[in-house]
Ligand binder design. Structure first.
Ligand code: GDP
Length: 297
């Protein structure tokens, strides 16, 4: 679909193969290609700009190793820098689920894959970590969404809080907390309502639930195919509710994953997991190397 960065740089550097070190002019030429590759991969402009600056200072003057071409060398520098930004401070992947019951608040827009991701994570915690998990849907506006979570729960053998009509999101969160304590659960997932757009009502509700539930983790679920929109959503949610991490869904699609880099750079929050399909097992811990490779093409 796209020309890979290695291919682009191969051409640019053909004439350079005998040079001893990467000159500033050569690096500038190469970085113009890198910039196009980043933008094609959906990395936002300011993030691409900062990224290029960092790569430039690392690449300029670097001796060209005999075993690789200058093009390959720049690709390696870009790759390593992508991994460095995506990995951040190397926070642990594991969700914080000490001192049970730990609450995990799931937030995001409608259609992002929030309910599916909630069930996938519940299954993972149950099977990989042997945790006793409780699911609760707070989507009081959409009974179908509440039922969807209960159905997925039954499918994966995880309990869900019985649905009581007429309760507010905060009341459901309170009941979930009580149930989690009484039932000896290790983890309780609160699947908040999603709306098509970010609005004040949504944010007020999520804030009220957060204040009551005091979540150990607040995970934002975003559609990895939505590029710049995903970055705006992450910025808004982080400013209004404070998130502890991001789950990028639809990474099984043909998006290039540039949203991951933008989100990491702009919010400073780690990408924790990637969604890779509709099945309950289609979720993986985020691997910076894999996404870096994908952005490079
Ligand atoms: P919500 O409105 O945010 O709760 O979204 P849902 O969890 O209901 O998901 C919306 C649709 O996206 C469903 O058909 C899911 O099966 C699908 N979906 C969720 N995550 C992924 C993913 O990682 N990859 C793909 N291909 N589909 C996904």
């Amino acid at each position: 679909m796209f020309e890979s960065l290695s291919e682009r740089l191969g051409g640019v550097f053909d004439r350079l193969t005998k040079a001893g070190a990467l000159s500033e002019a050569d690096v500038d030429t190469a970085l113009r290609e890198v910039r196009v590759a980043l933008l094609e991969a959906d990395v936002s402009l300011p993030v691409a700009r900062d990224f290029i600056k960092a790569v430039k200072s690392k690449a300029t003057g670097q001796a060209v190793t005999k075993s690789v071409t200058p093009g390959q060398q720049v690709v390696k520098i870009v790759h390593d820098e992508l991994v460095r930004v995506l990995a951040g401070d190397g926070e642990p992947e594991a969700l914080k689920i000490d001192n049970p019951p730990a609450t995990i608040l799931m937030v995001g827009l409608q259609g992002s894959g929030k309910t599916t991701t909630t069930a996938k994570l519940a299954k993972r915690l149950k099977e990989k970590n042997g945790k006793k998990v409780l699911l609760a849907s707070l989507d009081t506006q959409r009974p179908a969404a509440m039922e969807q979570l209960a159905i997925l729960g039954a499918q994966i053998g995880v309990d869900s809080l019985p649905i009581v009509k007429g309760e507010t999101a905060v009341q459901i969160a309170k009941r979930a907390k009580t149930q989690a304590n009484l039932g000896g659960y290790d983890v309780v997932f609160l699947d908040t309502a999603g709306r098509l757009h970010i609005d004040e009502v949504l944010m007020d509700e999520v804030q009220a639930v957060r204040d009551l539930a005091q979540p150990r983790e607040t995970l934002l679920v975003v559609d990895g195919l939505t590029g710049q929109d995903a970055v705006n959503v992450a910025t808004e949610f982080n400013a209004k509710v404070g998130i502890s991490g991001v789950v990028l869904t639809r990474m099984d699609g043909d998006g290039r994953g540039g949203a991951a880099l933008s989100m990491r750079a702009i919010t400073g929050k780690p990408i924790r997991f990637v969604g890779l399909g509709e099945k309950m097992d289609a979720i993986d811990a985020f691997e910076p190397e894999r996404v870096a490779g994908r952005i490079l093409g």
